[in-house]
Ligand binder design. Structure first.
Ligand SMILES: [Zn+2]
Length: 146
């Protein structure tokens, strides 16, 4: 499952990536991106609701947190389908795992001593570890998921 997100929903795209989904941001012009298998278009432009596209989700939730909840609910995405720490929230790149001995000096010392698994974004080089970048917003949404 992949998402193409309307530019004003860039905040939502970030949370979707944190959940492991491929989410690219694009400004929707008068013409929508072509339909493709497994790809959903997300927007809040209510006028687009009149286009009869099964792959288009016109969201009603006002903020990213509730939009994420709305997407997961409407597409019946369950907890098991989410893959945390697999994608960079900023770049949408797939994270690669980083041997522990390579992160010394790159992460706070207490993190180095308490964590076993590290992942890095090949593009922006940011380093992630369990719990590091799982924002509270996700935990709140997760709590409401099946
Ligand atoms: Zn990145």
């Amino acid at each position: 499952m992949r998402f193409i997100v309307d530019l004003p929903l860039a905040g939502l795209a970030k949370w979707l990536r944190f959940c492991g989904f491929d989410a690219t941001v694009q400004r929707f012009p008068g013409r929508l991106p072509a339909a493709a298998p497994g790809v959903y278009l997300l927007t809040r432009q209510q006028t687009l609701d009149r286009t009869e596209r099964a792959d288009l989700l016109v969201l009603t939730a006002p903020d990213s947190e509730r939009q994420l909840e709305e997407v997961l609910r409407r597409l019946q995405i369950t907890r098991g389908l989410l893959q945390f720490l697999s994608r960079c929230g900023q770049c949408n790149e797939i994270l690669v795992s980083l041997p522990r001995d390579q992160v010394l000096g790159l992460v706070p010392e207490h993190v180095f001593h308490t964590q076993e698994q590290f992942h890095q974004c090949p593009k922006c080089r940011q380093i992630f570890w369990p719990g590091s970048h799982l924002p509270g917003i996700i935990s709140k949404v997760l709590a409401k998921l099946a």
